[in-house]
Write a protein that binds this ligand. Structure first.
Ligand code: SAH
Length: 362
């Protein structure tokens, strides 16, 4: 039985300790991490002696995300990638925008257990959590693929945790991945250029507020009242709107940071004047909130529809006139099925395979 652990999941502390244990200086950890960040195999780590590379290989595996056959779809300035994981599961990440200035949208779980009515990821349920290395590995793999093809350095400008899965249901791995990304002696990604999006897990919003990290928080709201929210998002049964909004207020109070509410516009469901009025009533007095409206991107497995662009704009203008800070985001990559979890869903449909389900908790 191979008991090697993935190098991709190591950080400076864990690797440093291992090197000390075998009588090597701690700084070797940093040497190795530099190679990992380039996704280089152990035998290519030329500043380690051959015997040391062999020792490292005995203890750790250098299997990274498999980009050799990565499925890629391209449309409207959005490239969507499906990278293979060691257990043959696949993870989705998206490049939004041009290679020299793009946002990377990354996943935290394979599948999702939350079953929001509009979302493709939830349709097959949750398969498993991703490890910190598999989360960071998406950025490293994106960088490698994009830099190779487009002759740029390949690093994203922004990173959003808005791909498959619920980051706060895989809380520790999500935080570990952020720490790896912002490590000033490592990848050194700007902390303010990272946003985590949650369905609204109340305890983790409090926990996140105490992290003392300058990472942005987005909360998926999608409805102005509890009844409507419950019909769109089953999580409302567990963490009702009143508790969610209290947690959001406390988050803003504690961190002094702006919070974004995401609101997917679903035709004739949550996009009318009544809903706009209720949102204005609730949020008019809130400081430091921003609404990010997004027209629903049809996923083909529901009867839901997006409103016409003019209707979406009218909804935005209503909020704006009511004193709410709001923008309307175009759904990127509509033609390539670039809504959350869609690419993976399509692959399963094509090959007639259904992912296995599992209970996962942090
Ligand atoms: N679980 C987290 C993060 C993943 S979903 C969360 O719920 O926030 C991130 C965002 O993707 C959601 O807020 C929603 O705005 C968007 N999204 C998912 N499916 C979509 C679809 N079919 N059309 C438009 N936006 C979608």
């Amino acid at each position: 039985m191979n008991e090697r652990t993935p190098l991709l999941d190591q950080d400076a502390v864990s690797l440093g300790k291992w090197f000390e244990d075998i009588g090597e200086p701690n700084y070797r950890a940093r040497q190795v991490l530099k190679w990992i960040d380039q996704l280089e195999p152990i035998q290519a780590m030329s500043d380690l002696s051959a015997p040391l590379r062999d020792l490292l290989s005995e203890r750790y595996s250098d299997d990274y995300l498999d980009t050799s056959e990565c499925i890629e779809s391209v449309d409207e300035g959005t490239n969507r990638f499906l990278f293979k994981l060691q257990d043959d599961e696949a993870v989705e990440c998206v490049q939004i925008g041009p290679a020299e200035d793009y946002t990377a949208c990354i996943s935290t779980q394979v599948g999702c257990g939350l079953r929001c009515s509009f979302c493709a990821s939830g349709k097959f349920g949750l398969v498993r959590n991703l490890s910190p290395g598999e989360i960071v590995g998406q950025i490293l793999s994106l960088r490698k693929v994009i830099s190779k093809k487009q002759n740029v350095d390949g690093w994203p400008r922004h990173i959003v945790y808005m791909g498959m899965g619920e980051p706060f249901q895989n809380y520790r791995a999500t935080m570990d991945s952020i720490r790896r990304l912002i490590d000033s002696e490592g990848i050194n990604f700007g902390v303010r250029r990272i946003t985590v999006s949650t369905v609204g897990l109340v305890p983790e919003i409090y926990r996140f507020a105490n992290e003392d990290l300058q990472v942005g928080l987005a909360v998926s709201l999608h409805a102005p009242n509890s009844d409507l929210r419950r019909s769109i998002m089953p999580i409302e049964e567990v963490y009702p709107l009143s508790r969610l909004l209290t947690a959001c207020e406390k988050y803003i109070e504690k961190t002094g940071r702006r919070l974004t509410f995401e609101y997917v516009l679903l035709k004739d469901i949550n996009d009318g004047p009544k809903e706009a009025k209720k949102l204005i009533e609730t949020f008019k007095k809130w400081k430091l909130v921003h609404f990010n409206l997004i027209r629903y991107n049809p996923i083909g497995m529901t009867k839901l529809r997006p409103p016409a662009p003019a209707q979406a704009k009218a909804f935005m203008n209503r909020l704006r006139d009511g004193g709410i800070h709001v923008t309307l985001r175009q759904s990127p990559g509509k033609k390539i099925n670039a809504a959350c979890g869609q690419l993976r869903g399509l692959e399963y449909e094509k090959h007639g395979v259904r992912p296995k389900l599992a209970e996962v908790s942090d």
